[in-house]
Design a protein around this ligand. Structure first.
Ligand code: ADP
Length: 405
C-alpha cells in the first residue's frame, strides 16, 4: 500500500483478502479513507465478483462505466456506479494459482489525473509480487496452525503439568520463528544480497529446523495416542525376526552417526534367531529412538582422566542382540554423558529429562523414552537402563520369543 500510495499519489486505498470461510468472499483488512462497510459490501456483490473472476485483471472503474453505459439494466453498471460514488478508481485483483487471493482498491489520484497505461502496468507488476508474498504469509499461518493443534493436544495430555509451558513455547515456537525470520529475509530480498555460502547456510537451517519440528510434532502425536489408548498387540500381529528390525534401525542411523563422528557398531547375527510377535513399525520406532538418543547424548570425542594422564576417547555406540532364556535382549550401549543415578527412575515418564542432558542438548521433548516404554510394554516386553555418570549408558529391551511347542 505504501509503495502504491507513494508512486501514484492516491488519497484512498484498501486491501481485501479472500476468505473462503466467510459468506463475504472478500474481507477488508486495511482501509485508508474509504467507508469500510460500504466498500466491503460492494466487493462482495455477485456480479462484480463474477466479473473479477472472469477477467482476473485490474479494473478501471471509468472504463467499466463507459463499456456498460448503453445497457441500463446491467447489474455490473450499478456496481461500477456505486464504486465511482465511493471514490474508487481502480480494483486490482491479486491472482495466485488461478484464484483471486486478495484485492487492492485504489482511489483517485490527488492530482485528479486519470491513470495511464504505464500506471496500470506498474500496478499489475506490483500486484503479482504482492500476491506471492500474501500466499507465503498464508503458508506460514498454516504452519502456525499445525503447531497450534499440536500444542492443543499437548495441553490436553498435560492438564496439570507445569512443564507444558516450557515445551510448547520453546520446542515448537523457536524453530517456527527462526524459519519465519529467514523466509521474511528471502521475501524482502535481503537473503539474495548475501554470499552464496551464507545463503546456503540459512536454507540448511530452514531444513534442519523443519526436520526437528516434524520429529517433535510426531513425538507429541505418538505420545498423545499412547496416552489415550495403550498399545496392544492385535490377534493377527505377525511373527517377525527382531534382528532384521534392529538391522534396519541401525542402517537408518548410520548417516546420523557419521555426521556426529561417532562409531556405530553392530554385527547382525549370522544365523536367524527365534521369532517374536510384534508390529515392525512400532518396534522400529522404539529401537530407532534408543539409538538416536545414544548418538545424541554421546560427544564425538572426550578427554578421560586416568591415574596420572589424560586420554582422548572416541564416541562409540554398540548395538547387539542375544537370547537369554525365553527372551531376546537388545543392548544399546554408549560411552556418552551418562545419567545421574537419582534421576534414572523417572526417565521413562512423559517429559522427563535429566539435568545433565538439558544442559547439553536444549531441544529435547522428553517424550522419546515414554514412547519406547509404551511400545515395548505393549509387546509384553521390558525396557530398562544401567548408567554411570560421565561414563555412559546401556539401554536394554527384552521381548518374549514365540513359544515353541
Ligand atoms: P529427549 O531426548 O527428547 O530429552 P527422551 O525421552 O528420549 O527425551 O529421553 C529422556 C531423557 O533421558 C533425556 O533427556 C536424557 O536425560 C536421558 N537419556 C536418554 N538416553 C540417554 C543416553 N543414551 N545417555 C544419556 N542420557 C540419556
Amino acid at each position: 500500500m505504501d509503495t502504491i500510495q507513494g508512486a501514484m499519489r492516491v488519497d484512498n486505498m484498501a486491501v481485501a483478502l479472500s476468505d473462503s470461510s466467510n459468506i463475504k468472499p472478500f474481507l477488508l483488512h486495511k482501509v485508508i479513507g474509504f467507508n469500510k462497510e460500504t466498500l466491503e459490501n460492494i466487493c462482495s456483490h455477485q456480479h462484480f465478483c463474477q466479473h473479477l473472476q472472469s477477467i482476473k485483471k485490474p479494473i478501471v472503474i471509468d472504463e467499466l462505466l463507459s463499456d456498460h453505459e448503453k445497457n441500463k439494466e446491467d447489474n455490473l453498471l450499478a456496481d461500477a456506479k456505486l464504486l465511482k460514488d465511493l471514490g474508487v478508481a481502480l480494483v486490482l485483483p491479486f491472482v495466485i494459482k488461478g484464484g483471486i487471493n486478495s484485492l487492492v482498491v485504489v482511489g483517485t489520484k490527488i492530482t485528479k489525473e486519470a491513470y495511464t497505461k504505464e500506471d496500470i502496468e506498474l500496478l499489475t507488476t506490483l500486484s503479482n509480487q504482492a500476491s506471492v508474498a500474501i500466499e507465503n504469509a498464508r503458508l506460514y499461518n498454516n504452519m502456525e496452525e499445525m503447531v497450534e493443534s499440536a500444542t492443543a493436544k499437548l495441553k490436553k495430555m498435560l492438564k496439570t503439568q507445569s512443564e507444558f509451558l516450557d515445551i510448547s513455547s520453546h520446542q515448537l515456537r523457536t524453530p517456527v520463528s527462526l524459519i519465519r525470520g529467514i523466509i521474511s529475509m528471502m521475501l524482502e530480498g535481503d537473503l539474495a544480497k548475501l554470499p552464496q555460502a551464507k545463503q546456503n547456510e540459512f536454507l540448511q537451517t530452514i531444513k534442519d529446523k523443519s526436520d526437528k519440528l516434524e520429529v517433535i510434532i510426531n513425538d507429541i502425536l505418538s505420545a498423545s495416542d499412547f496416552d489415550s489408548q495403550k498399545l496392544s498387540l492385535r490377534p493377527d500381529s505377525p511373527a517377525i525376526q527382531l534382528e532384521d528390525v534392529v538391522d534396519a534401525a541401525v542402517k537408518s542411523a548410520n548417516e546420523d552417526a557419521r555426521e556426529r563422528n561417532i562409531e556405530l557398531k553392530w554385527q547382525k547375527p549370522s544365523k536367524p534367531m527365534g521369532a517374536i510377535i510384534g508390529e515392525r513399525k512400532y518396534l522400529d520406532q522404539a529401537i530407532g529412538n534408543l539409538i538416536s538418543n545414544a548418538l545424541k547424548y554421546t560427544p564425538s570425542t572426550r578427554m578421560v582422566k586416568e591415574a596420572r594422564s589424560q586420554r582422548e576417547t572416541k564416541g562409540m555406540v554398540e548395538v547387539s542382540i542375544a537370547q537369554e532364556n525365553t527372551n531376546l535382549i537388545i543392548k544399546i550401549k554408549d560411552n556418552g554423558i551418562g545419567i545421574p543415578k537419582e534421576e534414572i527412575p523417572k526417565l521413562f515418564a512423559k517429559f522427563a529429562r535429566a539435568s545433565n542432558a538439558t544442559a547439553m542438548y536444549t531441544d529435547g521433548s522428553g517424550l522419546g523414552l515414554f514412547i519406547v516404554k509404551e511400545i515395548i510394554e505393549g509387546h509384553k516386553g521390558k525396557v530398562w537402563v544401567e548408567s554411570e555418570m560421565g561414563k555412559g549408558s546401556t539401554f536394554y529391551i527384552s521381548l518374549p520369543l514365540v513359544k515353541s511347542n
